[in-house]
Design a protein around this ligand. Structure first.
Ligand SMILES: [Zn+2]
Length: 588
């Protein structure tokens, strides 16, 4: 059962988009709308647009858009229900009691979270019981204090097939629940057994403080060394970082990225409380976005080996794209942070941290390593590659400073280097200009949804369909003047579905803001609908507009169905020609 319409209406009415967005984005008023720097992608000039009279936001940079509920879903990474609950709390409204399938999803999430919490408690208890002796001595042997064990809630999974299953069954959970939560696995015969056996356990806690999954480590050299929870309705490895729940409260101002649990925990214990780790995956764009909500600076502190260097190279652009200033710590005298702190103490790590290189120097170093700079031919190639890298830096000052560093390495004058960088810069600008020209020359493709799956098959009809949707958003009262047109007659299934929802709300006297759709459409779809809603439209002569739009939609539908006869044939041929032309124009 969906949320009661009146409740959603009240919630949306009580939540002003300018106020809400203004809490996390600095907005400047221009005319009747507001502009700010987008919270979803990194930018220095504002392309994030908030339109109060339509209660929508739309970013012209990254394409994100929607209403108040979509904004919270996107910003807090929450499902629809939870975003509504958060806004309800903010507006001082009580969430209605729910039943039915979508409430079922919410219940399922809550059930898994409760199970995870109970499992974490059991693992913790076993670590401190006789059967966990081996686990405890392993963790203590790795130098973890009693206090660290407690603050990270570390635990132990006994060397049995059904320790946790027995525990959870006694608490009323069944086989289905255990598989659902990723705590058990089933074999071919359908029998289930504990996923984690004979491992020390690291609970993964999200920024809200919920246990969303586990990592388990073996205590010897057997494989896999680490076993992580699978993705479940509450856990997604590309979106969660180990220890971020603690690191987000750090006063350090810079996040330290490590490659694993043990490095992160060792750093926290040594007083570096802003360390985090990605789990069983390399850093993703989503991780970087998540980090950018809490930090402005990041230090990559990966292992010193080839794999660590490669992983750092991949992480740099992701973090930069999310707006973080990136430095790279070069591991020296040990293979990883854990080992370094054990061997040389926290101060040694602090020194490396303070010396961590700006990512540009780091990347110059990585390029330089590939060449023998004593060889003239190789030196030239190094300078060209370095110039490529430097030409991408946004400011002239940076290009000059790092150009100087590169020149020094290769033993050429800074002036020579500058000539090389300027040349690479001119090439880059020319390429970008060409790309922009191509974009400008293809106006029809700009009207298309960004996501391929949503592409319009009939642009002319889609334009008219968009018009009807805009009119409904501007004035729910217009639903009554739209006759019997239905979404199934639309050429775009997405627009048809949106129209039906809004139209039916309008007819029932409910609000028709874009946000009323947030629960039923994906975020890509909402982004596109916000784009639709942001286009100009006037209700001044709405009767005529509605008639025109409907006539276009219907004549195009007729063409598609091939039910055109007699005199209409000429008209049909003409339309087909127009469509073909539009299609050809749209090709890049
Ligand atoms: Zn954006």
């Amino acid at each position: 059962m969906p949320l009661p319409d009146r409740f959603l209406d009240e919630l949306i009415a009580r939540t002003d988009i300018v106020d809400l967005v203004g809490e996390s984005v600095h907005l400047t008023k221009k005319g009747s709308s507001y502009w700010g720097c987008c919270p979803f992608h990194s930018e220095k000039t504002p392309s994030f647009h908030v339109v109060p009279d339509r209660q929508i936001y739309k970013c012209f940079g990254c394409g994100k858009g929607g209403g108040v509920i979509s904004f919270v879903m996107e910003l807090e990474n929450l499902p629809f229900r939870d975003a509504v609950a958060l806004l309800a709390k903010r507006a001082g409204m009580a969430m209605p009691e729910m039943g039915g399938p979508s409430a079922g999803m919410r219940e399922r999430r809550e059930k898994i979270l409760t199970m995870n919490k109970k499992a974490a408690q059991a693992f913790y208890r076993w670590l401190n019981a006789p059967e966990g002796a081996e686990g405890l001595s392993y963790l203590r042997g790795r130098g973890l204090s009693k206090r660290t064990l407690t603050s990270f809630g570390l635990g132990f999974a006994p060397d049995r097939w059904d320790a946790l299953i027995t525990e959870m069954t006694a608490q009323g959970y069944d086989k289905r629940d255990l598989l659902d939560a990723g705590l058990a696995v089933s074999n071919k015969d359908g029998r289930i057994y504990d996923r984690f056996r004979n491992r020390v356990m690291f609970p993964i806690i999200d920024v809200r403080g919920d246990v969303i999954g586990f990592g388990g480590r073996v205590m010897d050299d057997s494989t896999p060394k680490y076993l992580n929870s699978p993705d479940t309705p509450v856990y997604n490895k590309s979106r969660n970082l180990f220890a971020l729940n603690i690191a987000k409260k750090s006063k350090a101002g810079r996040v330290i990225l490590t490659e694993g649990y043990m490095d992160t925990i060792a750093l926290h214990q040594a007083g570096f409380d802003s360390a985090v780790a990605s789990l069983g995956t390399s850093l993703t764009e989503e991780h970087a976005q998540l980090l950018s909500r809490y930090f402005k600076d990041a230090v990559i502190s990966y292992d010193g080996d080839g794999a660590g260097v490669a992983a750092a190279q991949r992480a740099i652009p992701l973090l930069e794209k999310a707006g973080l200033k990136v430095k790279v710590l070069r591991m020296q005298g040990a293979k990883d942070p854990d080992e370094l702190i054990k061997k040389s103490g926290p101060e040694a790590y602090r020194r490396l941290l303070d010396q961590s290189e700006n990512q540009v120097d780091y990347r110059l170093e990585q390029i330089a390593k590939q060449f023998d700079l004593g060889d003239d031919a190789q030196k030239v190639t190094f300078l060209q590659q370095a110039a490529q890298l430097l030409s991408a830096l946004p400011s002239a000052v940076e290009r000059e400073i790092y150009g100087g560093h590169a020149a020094q390495r290769a033993g050429v004058t800074p002036e020579t280097m500058k000539l090389e960088v300027d040349r690479a810069l001119r090439h880059r600008l020319r390429r970008e200009q060409k790309r922009q020209e191509r974009r400008d020359l293809a106006p029809v493709s700009q009207l298309q949804p960004k996501v391929r799956g949503l592409r319009y098959e009939n642009i002319r009809s889609a334009r008219a369909e968009e018009g009807l949707i805009r009119l409904l958003i501007l004035d729910p009262g217009l639903a009554g003047s739209m006759g019997d047109i239905r979404g199934e007659e639309f050429s775009s299934p997405l627009l048809g579905k949106a129209f039906d929802r809004l139209h039916s709300r309008g007819e029932r006297g409910l609000s028709t803001t874009l946000d009323t759709l947030a629960g039923e459409f994906t975020s890509e779809e909402m982004n596109h609908l916000a784009q639709v809603a942001a286009q100009p439209e006037s209700t001044a002569n709405s009767g005529q507009s509605i008639r025109d739009y409907i006539s276009i939609i219907r004549s195009e539908a007729l063409l598609r169905s091939g039910q055109v006869q007699g005199d209409d044939l000429l008209l049909a041929a003409q339309k087909q020609y127009q469509q073909k032309k539009a299609y050809l124009e749209e090709k890049p």
